[in-house]
Write a protein that binds this ligand. Structure first.
Ligand code: CUA
Length: 357
């Protein structure tokens, strides 16, 4: 009887194993938000701690699971065992129990040392990186990120650029609820909390566009609260900075636009944007409000709607006009609804925004 039950169970275990294998094989090391593919010293340190704890738990799993399987197979009931006398029963073994307590204490200490070191490393920039570091102040909003460069005097949103191989000191606060700042390939998470400034830093040791994500549930569109951390070689970074510091060019004075149809459309868009009051919330250059994403050099960004969509004509039109379909609950939607924009207005505004390079 027990033997048959065991056989049935055995088949179940096999099917679970096969299913898990097929299911888990969808996982990949090298996705945009994979913490298993670290690209900087901090992320690599955290990954080492992860690997250590992973291997310790794998070894413990094999030891405990192996002992269990050994006992199950060696001492399982076999046909004919019913007639044998009951084996000697025992309870407790102070020696084994004492040794296990000591062994687990040792394992915990082995895990605690790199973990505590890692926490200290994340919260304090190591001295070797201090000299070249830049500072970025990050503020979380429902549902986007503001990036201020206090030493350079400008602010941008949802994408921040920094030089490869140099540390970025990041001060984190929130405008509303608790968010969490996470760039899986560069570092673990740190919360953005209203009324409290938190610190972390990142360093990328290769150029690239790293995906970031808010990692704390913060309302309707939490899942759409992304950002990009873009590491550029020093010279490209400096070009980016000097472009950010240039005043935005009025469409009429913009000599880089050669298509006259596009130019008149963009010009109309500039007028519409000023007329309907977009700049009560958004800022372009040093004109405008600060409660919505800063749009200075907006067209030089690769994404829009906080890293959620590629920044192209079709998406931008949808985002301005039907933003509730892209990000439920976003604050822009209601204001735009009250503006009674026509499709022509939106096309013109899209053209204008595309001139902000
Ligand atoms: Cu912000 Cu989740």
């Amino acid at each position: 009887m027990i033997y048959n039950t065991f056989k049935k169970l055995e088949r179940k275990i096999y099917s679970i194993l096969v299913f898990s294998f097929l299911f888990l094989s969808g996982c990949d090391y090298d996705t945009n938000q994979s913490a298993l593919d670290p690209k900087g010293p901090l992320a690599k340190d955290q990954f080492k701690t992860f690997e250590l704890s992973l291997w310790i738990t794998v070894i413990l799993f094999i030891l405990v699971g192996g002992a269990l399987l050994y006992a199950l197979f060696k001492y399982r009931e076999r046909p004919g065992d019913e007639n044998k006398p009951m084996p000697k029963q025992s309870h407790g073994n102070p020696l084994i129990e004492g040794l296990l307590v000591i062994a687990f204490a040792v394992v915990l200490v082995i895990l605690a040392i790199p973990t505590l070191k890692g926490i200290k490393m994340m919260k304090e920039l190591p001295e070797e990186y201090e000299k070249d570091a830049i500072t970025v102040n990050v503020k979380g909003y429902q549902w986007w990120f503001e990036f201020e460069y206090p030493d350079l005097g400008f602010t941008t949103a949802n994408e921040f650029v920094f030089p490869v191989g140099k540390a970025v000191k990041i001060n984190l606060v929130s405008n509303d609820v608790i968010h969490s700042f996470w760039i899986p390939k560069l570092s673990g998470k740190t919360d953005l909390i209203p009324g409290q400034e938190n610190f972390m830093w990142v360093l990328a040791d290769e150029a690239g566009e790293f995906y970031g994500q808010c990692a704390e549930y913060c309302g309707d569109s939490h899942a759409y609260m992304l950002f990009r951390a873009i590491a550029k070689p020093q010279e490209e970074y400096e070009n980016w900075v000097s472009n950010m510091l240039k005043d935005p060019t009025k469409v009429a004075e913009n000599s880089t636009i050669h298509d006259s149809h596009f130019k008149s459309l963009a010009s109309k868009g500039e007028e519409t944007l000023n007329r309907v009051g977009c700049l009560q919330c958004h800022m372009i250059g040093d004109v405008g409000g600060i409660i919505a994403p800063n749009l200075t050099k907006f067209a030089s960004r690769g994404t829009l709607a906080a890293g959620w969509m590629d920044n192209n004509t079709e998406n931008l039109k949808k985002w301005i006009w039907k933003s509730d379909q892209v990000k439920p609950g976003n604050l822009m939607y209601r204001s735009v609804e009250q503006m009674n924009l026509t499709e022509e207005d939106v096309d013109a505004m899209v053209a204008y925004l595309q001139t902000l390079k």
